[in-house]
Design a protein around this ligand. Structure first.
Ligand code: GAL
Length: 416
């Protein structure tokens, strides 16, 4: 080797050494809305990541606000400004696909799915939900159920009412409870939780097929059945607290625990809140049933993480995705979160009785996707739909709300 060659080799070796140690002591920024009461499950996952990659400094960046209402706005600014987080939370389905995949801002994860064996680890329908244009766009960490009605078993007993099985029955039970002095038999929170309730009333009235037809454009929002379901939703709202807009979903859940209200319709992150934060036992500390009219239906949503193009710490982000798609990752996260694993090989002995029941229903029910949590509609529809719900709360004009929703559906491109 000549002197010049030797010098060159030294320089290359030095450069390599720098890259390797930089990688070993890398950084990772993950972005989500899981802060405060929603934090423990994510922290368990981060802990697992740190065990595997101790030299990586993890920035667990969160923007609080249920259902990601605030986080999604911040994410938009960062994505459009060219400073994406290394990996971010997004709902599996249209939320990610209709926003960032169509805009060509995400990396295709197909190769990772192959190398990690995820093509076999997740249910086929779930993989289909995160796929489009020949690519797979995110890694699902869980499956949440949205159509759950929560109650306080001791209080129902005291009031002498049982769990209503249909929405008309719910309205009758509501009247009974009001007669017994319960001012707000149903508790609701801020706008997105009302959309969540609307979704349950709609599915409980139209049925699973009707719901699917609505979001595939086969039936219109102006269909008399949909208009009728809006009217039912209006009656259900009459059972609810008047201070809803000022309550987070956790504060609404608290009113079940303290016995102020009898029922709350919320996704099963409420089970995570009841068990992980409130230390309540499933079945006694809190009770659950499918929301009225949906006993054989599982309305699903999945939290997933993707890899944006231009992520600063791509290698660390890829390792993050590997941890959250792993069996160990999913079984560390989900028992705390209230959700079940997205993987089919999860160890159910690690889960409580609520989650075990959800896992059984996941196998035996008709599965449909949630609108408000991003599975069946693009974010453009969901975020604008919030205004329709607010307007409806003020006017109770079913035909008007249905017509406005139809216009949005046409604009979003899933109806004509
Ligand atoms: C959902 C999300 C859940 C939970 C919930 C409340 O959209 O999928 O994981 O965080 O919002 O914030």
């Amino acid at each position: 080797m000549s002197k010049v060659q030797f010098k060159k080799a030294l320089l290359v070796a030095a450069a390599l050494a720098v890259t390797t140690s930089a990688a070993a002591a890398g950084k990772l920024e993950i972005f989500s809305w899981w802060s405060g009461d929603e934090g423990p499950a994510l922290e368990a996952l981060v802990k697992l990541y740190k065990q595997k990659y101790p030299a990586v400094a993890v920035d667990n960046a969160t923007v609080s606000g249920g259902a990601g209402t605030n986080a999604k706005a911040v994410l938009k600014t960062r994505m459009l400004g060219g400073t994406p987080p290394d990996s971010f939370q997004a709902h599996a389905g249209q939320e990610l696909i209709g926003t960032w995949v169509v805009a060509n801002r995400m990396e295709d994860l197909s190769a990772l799915f192959k190398s990690e064996g995820w093509d076999k680890a997740f249910p086929k329908d779930l993989t289909a939900l995160i796929s489009s244009k020949g690519g797979i766009w995110s890694v699902p960490v869980n499956v949440h159920r949205s159509n759950v009605m929560w109650y306080n078993p001791a209080k129902l007993k005291q009031w002498g009412v049982t769990v209503p099985k249909t929405w008309p029955e719910f309205i009758t039970t509501c009247a009974t409870l009001k007669r017994k002095g319960v001012a707000a038999p149903l508790v609701m929170g801020e706008n997105w939780t009302q959309q969540h309730l609307w979704e349950s009333v709609m599915i409980g009235t139209l049925g699973a097929q009707g719901w699917q037809d609505l979001f595939s454009g086969k039936i219109k929002f102006t269909d008399p059945r949909v208009v009728g379901a809006f009217t039912t939703y209006g009656k259900v709202m009459d059972c609810a607290n008047k201070d809803a807009s000022g309550l987070s979903w956790q504060q609404a859940s608290d009113r079940i625990v303290d016995g102020t209200s009898a029922f709350n319709i919320m996704g099963d992150w409420a089970a995570g809140y009841f068990t992980t934060t409130k230390k309540l036992a499933p079945g006694t500390g809190f009770g659950w049933a499918t929301s009225p009219g949906t006993s054989k239906v599982f309305v699903m949503l999945a939290d997933s993480f993707g890899l944006p193009k231009g992520a600063k710490n791509r290698a660390e982000a890829t390792n993050w995705l590997k941890v959250l798609g792993s069996k160990a990752g999913q079984d560390a996260f989900n028992p705390l979160k209230g959700s079940i694993a997205a993987r089919i090989d999860s160890d159910l002995s690690k889960y409580n009785t609520y989650s075990k029941s959800a896992a059984t229903d996941w196998k035996n029910s008709k599965i449909v996707g949630s609108m408000v949590h991003g599975a069946v509609a693009p974010e453009s529809f969901t975020s604008a739909f919030g205004a329709i719900i607010d307007q409806f709360a003020a006017t109770k004009n079913s035909a008007g709300a249905a017509a406005a929703a139809q216009q949005l559906a046409v604009k979003a491109g899933f109806s004509k």
